[in-house]
Write a protein that binds this ligand. Structure first.
Ligand SMILES: NC(=O)C1=CN([C@@H]2O[C@H](COP(=O)(O)OP(=O)(O)OC[C@H]3O[C@@H](n4cnc5c(N)ncnc54)[C@H](O)[C@@H]3O)[C@@H](O)[C@H]2O)C=CC1
Ligand SMILES: O=C(O)[C@@H]1CCC=N1
Length: 268
C-alpha cells in the first residue's frame, strides 16, 4: 500500500484526492494537510480522508504531494525540511517552482518530482506532465506516473519545458471554459433560453473533444468538415480571424508561460 499525502488541499489538491478515490484507492491510503480547519472538516466529511499535521503526513506517507500556491511554498518547505530525507518522495504540483528550489531547501538527497496536472483530474481526465529532479530515480518517476495514470493521462517532459506545459495544459481547461462561457452568451444574444444554449454548447464541446481524441484526424481536417462552401461556419470563421482570435491565443499562452517563469524566479 502506497500512502499519499496532499499538503494543501485546495482546488487541485481536492481534485487529486477525489480522482485517486475514483481511480480505486481507498481513503485509508490518502491523507491531507490543510491550514484552514473548516476546509479540512469539509473534505473529511466529503471523502472520509483524514486531515493531519505535516509531521504525521511525513511519518505515514510514502509520497508527499505539495499543492499550495507558489506564493505559500516557503513555510511549507521550512516545515518539511526537518521531517524528510532521501527515503522520502516529494512531488510538487506548484506552477513555476523548479525542483532545484526544493533541493536547496530540503536535506541533501531528497528526491523531488515536478508535475503539472490539471483540474479534469476530478473526472479521471487529467493531463499531467512529470519531470524528475536531480535525486529522483526512474523508480520514483514510475511511481508518480502510476499514481497520475489513475486520474488521467501522463507524459514525461524535460523540466525546461514545464513553464510551457503549465501555460498549455495546466491553464488549458480555463481557456476552454472561457470559450464555452462566451458561446453560451452568444446563444443568449440569439434569443435561446440559457438552459438550451448550455446544453447545445456543452454537448458540442464534449463531441468535438471526443472526435479530437478518438478519430486521429488533424483539427484542421475536422474543422474543414464542418465548414461548407458558402455555408454558415465560414462566415463565423471570417469573424474569428478578423478579431484576431488565433493571435490572441498565441499571446495569451505566451503570457501564461511568462508568469510561470516569474513565479519560479521569485524564490531564487
Ligand atoms: N487550480 C489549478 O487548475 C491548478 C493548480 N496547480 C497548482 O496547484 C497549487 C494549488 O493551486 P490551487 O489548488 O488552485 O490553490 P488553492 O488556493 O485552491 O489551494 C491551496 C490550498 O493550500 C492550503 N495551504 C496553504 N498553505 C498551507 C500550509 N502551509 N499547510 C497546509 N495547507 C496550506 C490553502 O489553505 C489552500 O486550501 C498551485 O501551486 C498551483 O500552481 C497546478 C495545476 C492546475
Ligand atoms: O493559474 C495558475 O497559476 C494555476 C497553474 C495552472 C493552472 N492554474
Amino acid at each position: 500500500m502506497t500512502v499519499i499525502a496532499v499538503l494543501g488541499a485546495g482546488k487541485i489538491g481536492e481534485a487529486l484526492l477525489a480522482g485517486l478515490l475514483q481511480g480505486g484507492r481507498s481513503a485509508e491510503e490518502l491523507l491531507f494537510t490543510e491550514r484552514h480547519p473548516e476546509r479540512a472538516a469539509e473534505l473529511t466529511e466529503r471523502y472520509g480522508i483524514a486531515g493531519v499535521e505535516v509531521a504525521e503526513a511525513a511519518k505515514r506517507a510514502d509520497v508527499l504531494v505539495v499543492a499550495v500556491k507558489p506564493q505559500d511554498i516557503e513555510p511549507v518547505l521550512a516545515e518539511l525540511a526537518p521531517l524528510v530525507g532521501p527515503g522520502s518522495l516529494v512531488v510538487s504540483l506548484c506552477a513555476g517552482l523548479p525542483t532545484s528550489l526544493y533541493e536547496r531547501r530540503l536535506p541533501d538527497g531528497v528526491p523531488v518530482v515536478r508535475v503539472m496536472p490539471n483540474t479534469p483530474m476530478v473526472v479521471g481526465e487529467a493531463m499531467s506532465a512529470v519531470s524528475p529532479g536531480k535525486h529522483a530515480t526512474p523508480e520514483h518517476v514510475a511511481l508518480v506516473k502510476e499514481m497520475l495514470a489513475t486520474v488521467g493521462q501522463v507524459v514525461e517532459v524535460p523540466e525546461a519545458q514545464q513553464d510551457a506545459v503549465t501555460a498549455l495544459s495546466g491553464s488549458g481547461p480555463a481557456y476552454f471554459f472561457f470559450l464555452v462561457e462566451a458561446m453560451i452568451d452568444a446563444g443568449i444574444l440569439l434569443g435561446l433560453p440559457r438552459a438550451v444554449a448550455e446544453k447545445l454548447i456543452i454537448q458540442s464541446a464534449v463531441g468535438a473533444a471526443k472526435m479530437l481524441a478518438e478519430t486521429d484526424e488533424h483539427p484542421v481536417i475536422l474543422r474543414e468538415a464542418v465548414t461548407s462552401p458558402a455555408g454558415t461556419t465560414i462566415n463565423a470563421i471570417r469573424e474569428l480571424e478578423k478579431h484576431g482570435v488565433r493571435a490572441a491565443l498565441l499571446a495569451a499562452i505566451e503570457a501564461a508561460r511568462d508568469r510561470s517563469v516569474e513565479l519560479g524566479k521569485a524564490h531564487e
